[in-house]
Structure formats: C-alpha cells, structure tokens
Design a protein around this ligand. Sequence first.
Ligand code: ATP
Length: 304
Amino acid sequence: MEYVLETNSLTKKYNKFFALNNLEIHVPKGAIYGLIGKNGAGKTTLIRVLCGLQTPTSGVYSIYGVSNRERKITETRKRIGAIIEKPSICLGMTAEENLIEQYKVIGYPNYEHIRELLKLVRLDDTGRKLAKNFSLGMKQRLGLAIALAGNPDILILDEPINGLDPEGIIEIRELILKLNKEKGITFLISSHYLDELSKIATCYGFINEHRIVKEISSKELEQNFKVRTQISVDNLEECVKYLEENNIQYKVISDEKIDIFEKVNVTELVISLSKRGCNVKDFAEKGESLENYYLNLIGGANNE
Ligand code: ATP
C-alpha cells in the first residue's frame, strides 16, 4: 500500500514531557483517515509536526516518501493544505480578498482560479460581505478554500466541525467527500465527533498517551463490530435464568433490557421465554458503534 504520510518512532518532547512518544502512523493514498483520541493525546502536535510548524525531537516522518531529513521536504510539504485549530482568515476582508492574500503568500501570479474555488465552497455569492460577518460554517468553508489554494494532494483538518450547526456539518462532510472523490485528495482529520467521522472515514488511527495504539480500516472495523440483539422483557429474572441455563452470553442493561451477544433464533427465544412466563416486549439487532470500539480500545490500552 502506498502511504502519503508516514512516521517512524516520531517523538516530540517538551522538557521531560512526551507530547508524541514513538508514534507510528500510516496514511494511505486517497484515504479519509480519522485521527481519534482524547484531549491532550497529541493530535494537534502530530499535525503541527507534519506541517513543519514544529520539529520532532527524534524519529522521522515522510510525505510522499520524502523524509523530513531530506532537503526537498520543504518543496514536498507544499502538497499539504491544512486547517489547524481554526481557519487562518482575515476577518476584515471579503472571501475573495482572503484568497487573493493567500495566493500572494504562496506566490501564485494569477488569480483565475479564485472564482472556481469560491464556487466549490459555495461562497461565490458573498460579494462585499466581510469574513467577520460570516457564520461559523462559512468561515470554515473559507478556511477550506484557503487551504485548497495551493492545490494540495493532502488536506489536514484539525477538528473541522467544532461548533458547527447540523447544516454546517453536512456541508463540510459533503465537501470533504467531493474533494476526496473528484480530486483524489487524501484527508487526515482529527475529530471528537465519532458518529460524524464514521460517515466519511475509510480508515482510523487511535491515539492514546501520545502514540498510535491501533490503525484499522473502516471495513475491518465493521467486521469487528459485534452484532448484539437487545431485548426488552417483562420478567428479567426468568429471562436471565433461561440465558444462564442455555449458556448464552448476555449483559443486563436495565431492569427490562438485556443485550445478547450471540446469534439467536428470535422466534425460538420468544416462545421459550413465553412458556416460562416472560414476555418479550421488543427486540432489536444492534451493531457496535465507533464510539464503543474506541472506548473499549482506549480502556484496554489504559489497563496495559
Ligand atoms: P485536543 O484534543 O485537546 O486538541 P490534542 O490531542 O490535540 O488535544 P496536543 O495539543 O497535541 O493534544 O497536546 C499534547 C500534549 O502536549 C498536551 O498534554 C499538551 O499540554 C502538551 N503540549 C502541547 N504543546 C506544548 C508546549 N508548547 N509546551 C508544553 N506542552 C505542550
């Protein structure tokens, strides 16, 4: 597999404190890579190091196979666009002026793509409106346009939907999917919104205590998700007895709900329980969520 971003024992220390500790990440070409971890795990530090805003204490990283120890890393890094923490926009300027400014920074001589870029992020009708009067969603989309100005192959987004309303979240989601599909842009996205991330990510890296504890593709993850059947009953005691007698794995959720962790024949179960004076009021098959997977994983890593 071709990795466009890769690290090897990447470490960043502040005095004796490890912000990144021998971190290994592998971002496949064309992926939407979800970086997941609790506050302070090291996500922003990793992103800042990859973007050249901080230097690692030890270890290496490479972008499109070019290591940070090579001279041409500066040139290669131009293939990355990023929004770190919050978009770097000038609030006293219009969307177009912001992009002109960005083009000047990266040294693009003509501004012919600006209209196209504004259209892409749906800000082409904002005219003379200053960025300070934009909604949070519009600011975020302007930030994306600025990050896209250099025509990057990789976009790194640190918490891209923080503070956005549902509509804003959908807009960013659709934009990411469009850019990934139509322009082949690889994404590295850190987010605490796991449900949202699971709608777009093709793979995940779980970061805990300053290192990646697990990398997994969304396909593998789906296969990992344990299917469970949740039933609601009116006689919990009898139901538990039945499950115990039949060696069926279960977990009591409330005084009427039980999760069963095995494929069961629901009709058979309902009839058997009914004969014992226990009625099944409701049942549902449930898949494990990304959130559950994360909590189990990080809980496990903490217990090591
Ligand atoms: P969040 O989800 O809250 O943004 P994060 O995973 O992005 O968290 P980082 O911002 O990368 O975490 O921080 C990792 C650790 O490094 C934190 O404990 C933080 O306090 C520490 N840290 C970051 N920058 C510095 C610095 N300049 N000096 C000292 N410690 C720092």
